[in-house]
Structure formats: C-alpha cells, structure tokens
Ligand binder design. Structure first.
Ligand SMILES: CC(C)(COP(=O)(O)OP(=O)(O)OC[C@H]1O[C@@H](n2cnc3c(N)ncnc32)[C@H](O)[C@@H]1OP(=O)(O)O)[C@@H](O)C(=O)NCCC(=O)NCCS
Length: 165
C-alpha cells in the first residue's frame, strides 16, 4: 500500500467534511465540531493555509489514492517555540493497516525539518491503545499520566502524554 501525505487544498473540502463527520470520536477531544459543517471546513482550511510552515504543518493522509485521514503538528507556545503538538485521525475502515504508523513517521520528519522543532508531544486519552502503539512504534516515550485531566462527554478521563525527542 502506498501511503502519502499532502498539503490540504480547497478541492479536499468535501472529503474533509466527510472525514470529520465519520471519524470514530471515542478518543478525540470534544473540541472537534459535531456536526462538522462547511463553515467549519472553510475556517480550518483557511487557518491551515495561513499558518502552514510557520505555526504548523497540516496534511491529508492518502492510501492507494483515497483520502483516509488527517494529521498535523502545531507549534506550541513557550519553550522557545521549539515543541510541536501532534494530532491525527484515520477513517475506521482503514485502521490496522500500518497507515497511522507511517503517517506519524512522515509528519514528524516534515515538522522537524520545516518548523525546526526539537520535541514533538501528543496527548492520548486513556484506553486508546492503537494510538499508543502508533507512537511507540515511532520512538515516542510515555512522559506522564495526567489523572482526570480532560472531561469528555461529562466524564473525567486520564490523559497520557507522549514525547519524541
Ligand atoms: C489511532 C489511529 C490513528 C491508529 O491508526 P492505524 O492506521 O490503525 O494504526 P497502525 O495500523 O499503524 O497501528 C495500530 C497498532 O495498534 C494496534 N491496535 C489496534 N487496535 C488495538 C486495540 N484495540 N488494542 C491494542 N492494540 C490495538 C494494532 O495491532 C497496531 O499495532 P501492531 O503494529 O503492533 O500490531 C486510528 O485508530 C484512529 O484514527 N483513531 C481515531 C482517532 C484517534 O484516536 N486519534 C488519535 C488521538 S491521540
């Protein structure tokens, strides 16, 4: 399977909307709008285009010619702005084919090169073993567990912070 990352274009808007409305949200932040509308996509695509290569890198994930997910690294404030925060999502029918692992490998290389980062961090909600495996396979290590650090659907959940140096 060929897995590639591409900068988002306006042509991807329908696929972005479909992705965000279909993605399994069990372990995602409530900040992702639901339902995800055309206005949400317009705002997000504009934000990504404006900040690309400066405040972050945002990519669509493609597998054998299909847009199957989204992945990004955004520069965090503080720490001399040398730390980035990783996020990703893949459509359920495409899980467990190695796509997440390969996409994380590629985006970390892009983010390090284009943003001059020295660390990449990400937060995983308790129970998201598949995401932890993706990170482990890319050399991330568990930095800390924050007990009850996030509220999702009215329930306090633990968050595990992973770090790539
Ligand atoms: C997390 C996610 C990106 C993983 O993508 P993926 O393409 O399935 O990942 P890969 O195929 O590269 O690797 C998945 C690994 O997790 C393992 N795995 C999958 N489901 C699992 C489960 N329920 N329990 C334990 N391991 C699991 C797979 O076996 C594989 O590990 P292995 O290579 O050692 O066998 C995908 O599940 C997703 O998009 N989830 C919804 C959004 C999300 O949670 N994003 C991350 C927020 S931190």
């Amino acid at each position: 399977m060929t897995i590639t990352l591409h900068a988002w274009t306006l042509d991807d808007k329908p696929a972005l909307i479909a992705l965000c409305n279909a993605v399994d949200r069990t372990f995602l932040s409530d900040r992702l709008p639901e339902p995800y509308t055309e206005a949400d996509a317009n705002w997000w695509l504009g934000m990504a285009a404006e900040n690309e290569g400066k405040e972050g890198v945002w990519r669509s994930i493609w597998a054998d010619g299909n847009l199957v997910g989204s992945i990004s690294v955004e520069r965090k404030d503080g720490d001399e702005n040398k730390v980035g925060e990783l996020g990703y999502m893949i459509l359920t029918p495409w899980w467990s084919k190695g796509i997440g692992t390969e996409a994380v490998s590629q985006i970390c290389e892009i983010a390090t090169r284009e943003l001059g980062l020295v660390q990449i961090t990400t937060m995983v909600f308790e129970g998201n073993r598949a995401s932890e495996r993706v990170l482990e396979k890319n050399g991330f290590r568990l930095e800390e567990t924050k007990t009850g650090a996030v509220v999702k659907g009215g329930k306090a959940m633990d968050v595990r912070v992973y770090l790539l140096v």
